[in-house]
Structures are given as C-alpha cells and as structure tokens.
Design a protein around this ligand. Structure first.
Ligand code: NCD
Length: 355
C-alpha cells in the first residue's frame, strides 16, 4: 500500500529518502527558484504540544515556497477544548488545507489522523514514539557534513526511552549499511525493546554504555538528547535522571577531531554552552538543514507523483492495543489496525506489540 503520509520515515525505501535529501540540497543551492512552487497551497500546523523549531520551520518552509499557513499551537484555543474528537478536527482541517503537519502528546496520533484527513499528513512528533521530520534534519546534516549515511558509528545519549527523535533516527539509519550504535543512557532510560528488535533484524551492531566519557572516544557522530521531563510519571523520577549525562569540554577533549555533535534541541543542560563554538558542534546548523528538508518534503508530497511512502500492510482486526499511551485508548472509534512483524502482532498506530 502506498500513500502520501509521512508517519514513520523508516518505512520508506532508501531511494525515496535519498530523493528528499537530493531535493533539499537543490533548494539550498538556489532557494529563489522555489519561491512560487506552492503558490495557492495551504499548510495546516496542528500542534497539540509545545514546539519552537518544528512548527516554525514548517511554517517558514511553506512561506518560502509561496504557500500559506493556518493552524494552532495551543489546542485549548480550538474546539478541542470543547471535547471535539481528533476525527472531527482532522476531517474539517483536511477540507481547509492541502497538507497537515501534526504534533500530539499521544503515540500513534499522526497515523490516526491520516485515516480522516484526505490530504497528506506529516507526523511532527507523536508522544514518545516517532519524529520523522527531525530525522530528516539529522540525516541531511549527516549527508552534508559527513558525506554519507552509511559506515557511521553513532553514539546516542540521554533519554533513549522517551526520546522520539532517537527512535526515528535509529530506525532510519539502521536501513543503511554498516551503521553501528552506542546506546548511552541510564538503565531506566534505555531504548524500548522494539527499537532493539529493529537493530537486530537489520543486523546492526550496537553496544550499551552507561558512561559518556568512555563511549565518546571513538564515534563519528554523538547525538545528545534532553531528558523528556514531560513524559515522566513523577517529578522525583525526573530529578533522579536529569544531569546524569552532560557533554562538557573535558569529555569533548577525548573525542575525535572529526566527530560531529548533533542535538534535536531544545537543549536543557546536557551540553555546556562553552561547546557551542567548537567546530564539531553542529546542532544549530542541523536546525537550518531541517527547514530545507521540510521544504523538500512539502514539495514532493504535494507535487511529485513518483514520490510515495510505502506503508505496512495494515489489517483491521480484533486485536485491541493495550499500550496506555496509544491513541486508541483515547479515541475509541478508531479501527483496530495491526500488522505482523516476526510472527508478532503489532499495533498499527503506536507500533507496540499486541499480545
Ligand atoms: C524534539 C521533540 O519535540 O521531540 N524537539 C524537536 O522537535 N526538535 C526533542 C525534544 O523535545 O527534546
């Protein structure tokens, strides 16, 4: 099944992903050529969760393409506050806009929205699950700055349990040959099992580390992340985890000269500010690349008939997802969508195993 929704970058073929990167590079070279590419088109940004970069870079991307934007960044200012269902909001916005970018605190929401939109839906983050357009920013940065998306030794550090950017990035880089991963976190915040399954299925080497100082010595890329305070059950749990991994000058001195430091931002204090001027610190540039990636994505989704996203073969089944963080728990009318992976039944919204 093919469609025009970007819910999970890793379900796309590497050819299609490379097509987005190539388009982004072309736009970077001559942005003026694209000034009217989306004249008359409307992007809706529906942000049910806070955002700076993702929302504004999507809006800027559409404006730079000649289109316009509508939307909200606080659902309490929309009819959501009156109890409107996701289905009804999306059905209506799909009538107004040509393309929808949605962020939501609940896992699987973008997939659910894509059932009712009638126009392309882009996942801008669904709870702790995925964040495919951040991954686009990450891999465009890797392609431009390291010159490749394969043969990389990537350290990911911080909140690997709740960090959706990490899940999307690992799933996507696992598709390219010879990438290996060093997963640096506390035991409590280690990557979910489904991500480990993907690494193993793709034959990717990975190591688990609890020490940034040890792991940093032999990396091509260090991907730092924020501890996701808003996803913790209690403030006490968060306090126990914050500041465990901080990249400072002393640790950076142990890294290779050609290692690059990425971070999806916002930074809290996991990278000390004195590192910002180090030539290896590319996190602000990464955010710039992200905007070009989003321009490329909007263009391809709206205008290129040869560009599609290959979705998993979902079936409507009797299996109801039990993940308390899944959108199916909140929007009871949603059909039970599932798919099979390695003999297991997985939820078509949040990708968790259904027993
Ligand atoms: C990330 C997110 O929202 O998941 N931010 C972003 O979009 N660049 C990372 C984070 O919030 O920690």
């Amino acid at each position: 099944m093919f469609d025009k929704n970007l819910i999970d970058l890793s379900v796309m073929s590497t050819e299609q992903i490379d097509k987005i990167i190539r388009k982004a590079k072309k736009i970077m070279q001559s942005p003026a050529d694209y000034r009217h590419a989306c004249d008359g088109k409307i992007l809706a940004t529906l942000f049910y969760e806070p955002s700076t970069r993702t929302q504004m870079s999507f809006q800027t991307a559409m404006l730079k393409l000649g289109g316009r934007t509508i939307g909200f960044d606080n659902p309490m200012n929309s009819s959501v506050s009156k109890g409107e269902s996701l289905k009804d909001t999306i059905t209506i916005v799909g009538e107004y806009a040509d393309i929808i970018a949605i962020r939501h605190p609940v896992e699987g929401t973008a997939a659910a929205a894509s059932l009712y939109a009638g126009v392309p839906v882009i996942n801008c983050g669904d709870g702790g699950h995925l964040h495919p357009t951040q991954t686009l920013a990450d891999i465009i940065t890797l392609s431009c700055e390291k010159g490749r998306l394969d043969n990389l030794r990537v350290g990911v550090c911080g909140d690997l349990l709740n960090g959706r950017t990490v899940h999307s990035l690992i799933k996507t880089l696992a598709k390219y040959p010879n990438n290996s991963f060093v997963l640096i976190s506390t035991k409590e915040l280690s990557v979910p099992l489904y991500v480990i399954d993907i690494l193993e299925k793709n034959g990717c080497k990975y190591e688990i580390s609890h020490s940034l100082a040890d792991a940093i010595t032999d990396l091509d890329v260090l991907y730092m992340t924020r501890i996701q305070r808003e996803r913790f059950a209690s403030e006490e749990d968060y306090q126990a985890q914050k500041n465990v991994f901080v990249l400072d000058k002393e640790k950076l001195d142990k890294a290779r000269e050609d290692m690059i430091i990425l971070h999806p931002l916002p930074r809290v204090n996991e990278i000390t500010v004195d590192i910002d001027d180090d030539p290896r610190a590319l996190y602000f540039k990464q955010a710039q690349y992200g905007m070009y990636g989003r321009m490329a994505l909007i263009l391809l989704l709206l205008q290129d008939d040869e560009f599609f996203v290959e979705n998993r073969p979902f079936v409507v089944s009797n299996h109801h997802c039990n993940n308390p963080k899944c959108i199916t728990q909140q929007e009871p009318y949603l059909p039970n969508l599932s798919y099979e992976k390695l003999g297991m039944v997985m939820c078509g919204y949040c990708d968790k195993r259904i027993d």
